[in-house]
Design a protein around this ligand. Sequence first.
Ligand code: NAD
Length: 415
Amino acid sequence: MANRNPFEIAQAQLDRAAKLLNLEPGVHAMLREPMRELHVSLPVKMDDGTTKVFKGFRVQYNDARGPNKGGIRFHPDETIDTVRALAAWMTWKCAIVDIPLGGGKGGVVCNPKEMSQRELEQLSRAYIDAVGRILGPEKDIPAPDVYTNPQTMAWMMDEFSKLRGYYCPGVITGKPLELGGSEGRGDATARGGMYTLREAAKFLDIDLSKATVAIQGFGNAGSFAAILAEEMFGSKIVAVSDSRGGIFNPDGFSAKAVLDHKNKTGSVIGFPGTKPVSNEELLELDVDVLLPSALENVITGENASRIKAKIIGELANGPTTPEADDILYKNNRFVIPDFLCNAGGVTVSYFEWVQNITGDYWEEEYVHERLDKKMTKAFHDTLTVSLERKVDMRTAAYMVAIQRVAEAMKLRGWV
Ligand code: NAD
């Protein structure tokens, strides 16, 4: 599974939903492939005086509902098929939260860990010089992804503004606040996930103030989720982990104190008053809520039958394999699927773009309020289809999203 071509997986997921939706063959065929992709060579003068040429991509998967949207990843193992798959998933993610954007994704094959800041800046600018012609606030709006960050976005926005000849913050999101970034972007993914968790708990009649929570991964998504679950619901965080291992205390611990410990020591492990737990054991703990917030393919056909959590909120992308999905559904484990659960990030990115193009900047509370509305509606749109069609939440989310994109293509007269 881990080695399967990610784009073939994305196409197989589409095929399954297309069958349930009875999609016309032409609509289905159009949704199976990206609408446009650009492959570029990026020459960069390195610090040692040599010129190195990097390979870069931008895939615009489908813009029937609005300009394309999706991050730019800098990674040594980047492939065009990974970028295509991620661009497809962005299309469905924007559609499920019903924001007027399509799906895109970009990537550069490089190893940022071996590059200086100057080299990274040159590479970021070279990417925009090569790809800028198909980007723009009205065409395609990138964002950060793996190994790119607000500084990368600032360089890219600057380069694009130079090409256009005027300040153009709406071309890219995830920028620093000083350059038109949005309030509330930092914890948006986790916060959006918490709104869907709240709705799932209401539906299942679970009192989150008495619930126990285990979280795999304690980075941006996982650590904010732990803090927010405590703050918003009073839930008890009993286990968290990172790449070095996990910690467990059935009586709970303070997520903020664990974050301080991690910031000081580099890991959650060794936090006072907790027992060590492996990343595999953490998934199988007897808790009410499990939040996989790190890696893909961690809940599999092998361990799914031992998952005890009543709700699994997928803050990570792709933590559950299709084999595991079937087992979880049969065992009445309620899954909030990744592209719904973690859509808070792109939703606040959309808010950033809206603020940039209108010049009207919002306060944090307003961002939270709007995010809550979007996530809550997306959750219930999905739940309704899941109950009506008797399918799991992931299949239902695909059905809702794909239907919306298909409808837009039909109305525009494309298919
Ligand atoms: P991050 O790099 O901030 O954190 C990742 C965490 O996972 C770290 O705590 C790391 O130690 C841990 N980790 C790494 N290897 C592990 C392993 N083998 N076992 C357990 N933990 C391990 O990344 P992030 O931004 O929090 O992203 C996490 C997941 O959430 C990814 O799947 C990402 O695609 C998804 N996601 C993030 C956002 C966002 O806005 N940050 C948005 C959508 C989806």
